[in-house]
Design a binder for this molecule. Structure first.
Ligand code: GAL
Length: 679
């Protein structure tokens, strides 16, 4: 993002008072009025200083087209303000009320099979519906006019998780908007026909009106059409974000605007690198997933969110105190888990830690989702740990406003490669872009080496080592940038299925990895994907899965770092490094997973002259996130293991941690925050 645009929450008591935000989505409309007073007491006891209000309140605020009911919201705003709690006020447009969808069924999304997505849950609106847009902007305007001057108002919260349920809409509105988007991108039908390679399968268009979204077809829809539809769908939601934002900015130019992103897991419909510049500060929602890399995935997501925010603070809008309700089995967090998750986000730049939601609902679809106040009430372990976290965040006020300290290593993330790399009719359907990126991240955590997860379009020049996993889409300009990075002494690492296509999803001819072939000093004629469950051995003593390549070395400066021992390519290179000038370009041709990558990493670190900042006994045991105010650095040491970790060799002034200075060990799930003067 353009970091100059950054404008943080407007705390009601005036700017300059450094603090970390702490709170939740607050849904008072679900409760009788007397509960609100209890809420205020408990919020204060828990250290809550900000809440998001009115996220799903459209039907309550506007019970019918020309009837408005603001009384309850006036009262909630006043009450919160009287208790010193700031409000991130939603535009309330996330879920249209029944009267609107009944009167205007043309706002309802349509799936790829032509079926209507009916109301009854939430977010049943087409991002491109002019009718929905008109009603949503009317509501946003009404809220801005009424509450723009309210002293509790700290920020605007546009909609909610834009695209959570409605990113892909195949309706006629979407078709018309898609055509307009394509006209803007390609200018002429000839150019579209070229980009979409429509000479294949007799798909040539002779009129714009013939073009449709990739609805269910007889076989694989045109891949460039699919990729463009993904780009368009992200843009359509971004357009909605901008439309609401512009209404708010016109009426309340001093109030910062945000919307909650979903940088987590396999949520991939929205290109947040492209969206980040549209908001005054970046917000994210993250829920802990399950599996052996769950904690690393949280760290990865927080880290990437920090990059989207340009290294500036960002707002954790939602996570959970304990279980969620939408996984196959919803596990409660173990003691210490909630604080550890929260502080990991803070370490990676969050200046506000908020939850879905304040009080656990008694009815509705999310009644089994945890909250700050559980069904058991405030006399509960969950609420006691919430209050403990509130106190911790108050003690961590010195980190508020500090920036990320750049790591020596970057992992480049690219939405286009995520989208295009996982399209159908490919060498394998088993490839998972984000998983490969996460495996690299885990590998760096295991080695105790800090790595920033960055957008591929960010300035990469300061990183000694740059890993670009499955960088599938490489337009010519990106190939030039990467060549420039290596020429100026950078050390690039990429993997299987990288450099294969340009921005139109057309293969770079002459042998793989196409756009990166010369830089890597290798050539591949045919891909060698592996069936599920099959593995090949490498001479490093590790195994590869998913993919292999039959590599020919084409440059004498390319060194073979590892060789296949088994499989069709036995005896041939599996991992290579080409040194050129002060830089290098390495290629990993198979999926090694964190364990296998761990065997290759020492070589890559060696070539790039990168080493861990941690003492040997702590490497791999703690996740280290570092923030800085330029004078002091703040080290967040997060225990990633289930055992006690000795941190006595890492000195510093403890801002948070077990018994502060007295104990230099960290128990499972504990976090220590140290203030250390800049070296
Ligand atoms: C988010 C959403 C919240 C709540 C939460 C449950 O997707 O913004 O409203 O549904 O998930 O985990």
């Amino acid at each position: 993002m353009n970091a100059d645009r950054h404008r943080w929450v407007r705390w009601p008591s005036g700017p300059g008072r450094a603090r970390l935000g702490f709170g939740a989505d607050y849904n008072p409309e679900q409760w009788p009025r007397e509960v609100w007073d209890e809420d205020m007491r408990a919020m204060r006891a828990g250290g809550v200083n900000i809440v998001s209000l009115a996220i799903f309140s459209w039907a309550r605020i506007q019970p019918s087209e020309d009837v408005w009911d603001f009384d309850w919201l006036d009262e909630a705003m006043d009450l919160l303000h009287a208790h010193g709690i700031a409000v991130d006020l939603a535009t309330a447009t996330a879920s249209p009320p029944p009267w609107l969808s009944a009167k205007h069924p043309e706002i309802l999304p349509v799936d790829r099979n032509g079926h209507t997505v009916w109301p009854g849950a939430r977010q049943h609106w087409r991002p491109t519906s002019p009718v929905f847009r008109e009603h949503a902007l009317r509501l946003a305007r009404a809220l801005a006019e009424r509450y723009g001057g309210h002293p509790a108002l700290a920020a605007w919260h546009i909609s909610n998780e834009l695209g959570c349920h409605n990113v892909y809409d195949f309706s006629d509105d979407a078709a018309a908007a898609f055509r307009a988007w394509l006209r803007a991108r390609y200018g002429t039908l000839d150019e579209l026909n070229r980009a979409w390679a429509t000479s294949f399968w007799s798909q040539r268009y002779s009129d714009w009106s013939q073009i449709l979204p990739p609805r269910t077809a007889a076989s694989y829809p045109n891949p460039t059409q699919q990729l463009d539809f993904k780009r368009f769908s992200s843009d359509a939601l971004k357009d909605h974000l901008r439309a609401e934002r512009d209404v708010l900015r016109a009426l309340t130019p001093d109030v910062p605007v945000t919307t909650n992103f979903m940088v987590m897991g396999e949520t991939k419909g929205m290109d947040y690198a492209d969206w980040a510049g549209e908001v005054d500060f970046v917000s994210n929602d993250h829920y802990l997933l399950t599996g052996p890399q769950a904690q690393d995935e949280l760290s990865f997501s927080a880290n990437l969110t920090g990059s989207l925010a340009g290294g500036r603070p960002w707002y954790l809008m939602e996570h959970s105190t304990s279980a969620v309700n939408w996984q196959p089995v919803n596990l409660a967090k173990r003691p210490g888990g909630m604080a550890r998750d929260s502080l990991t986000h803070v370490g990676y730049g969050a200046d506000a830690v908020c939850f879905f939601q304040w009080r656990q609902s008694a009815g509705g679809a999310e009644k089994y989702h945890s909250a700050m106040v559980p069904h058991a009430g405030v006399d509960s372990d969950v609420f006691r740990s919430v209050a403990g976290l509130g106190a911790t965040l108050a003690a961590l006020a010195p980190v508020a406003g500090t920036r990320r300290l750049r790591a020596p290593v970057a992992i480049a993330f690219d939405w286009d490669s995520w989208w295009a790399g996982e399209l159908d009719s490919h060498p394998t359907s088993l490839l998972r872009y984000r998983q490969e990126a996460l495996d690299w991240y885990t590998t760096f955590l295991d080695a105790g080496v800090r790595a920033d997860v960055v957008d591929v379009d960010d300035d990469l020049s300061g990183y000694r080592l740059l890993v670009a996993p499955i960088l599938h889409v490489v337009p010519a300009a990106l190939a030039r940038r990467l060549e420039g990075y290596v020429a100026s002494g950078g050390h690039l690492v990429t993997t299987y299925f990288s450099g294969i296509v340009d921005e139109d999803d057309h293969v770079w001819l002459g042998g793989y990895p196409g756009a990166l072939r010369d830089l890597l000093g290798i050539r591949i004629e045919e891909f060698g994907p592996l069936p599920d469950g099959e593995a090949v051995d490498l001479d490093l003593g590790v195994t590869g899965t998913l993919w292999t390549d039959r590599i020919d070395v084409t440059d004498p400066a390319t060194e073979v770092v590892a060789t296949y021992k088994t499989g069709d390519h036995a005896g041939r290179p599996a991992v290579t490094t080409r040194r050129t000038g002060a830089g290098s370009a390495s290629y990993v041709s198979t999926r090694l997973g964190p364990e296998g990558l761990g065997a290759v990493l020492p070589h890559l670190l060696d070539v790039a002259e990168v080493s861990s900042e941690l003492p040997p006994e702590a490497r791999g045991l703690v996740d280290v996130a570092v923030r800085t105010d330029g004078t002091d650095d703040y080290w967040f040491l997060i225990n990633r293991t289930d055992r006690r970790v000795d941190l006595s060799a890492i000195p510093g002034d403890p801002l948070h941690g077990p018994a502060l200075a007295a104990d230099t060990t960290l128990a499972a799930r504990q976090v220590r925050v140290l203030r250390r003067p800049r070296a």
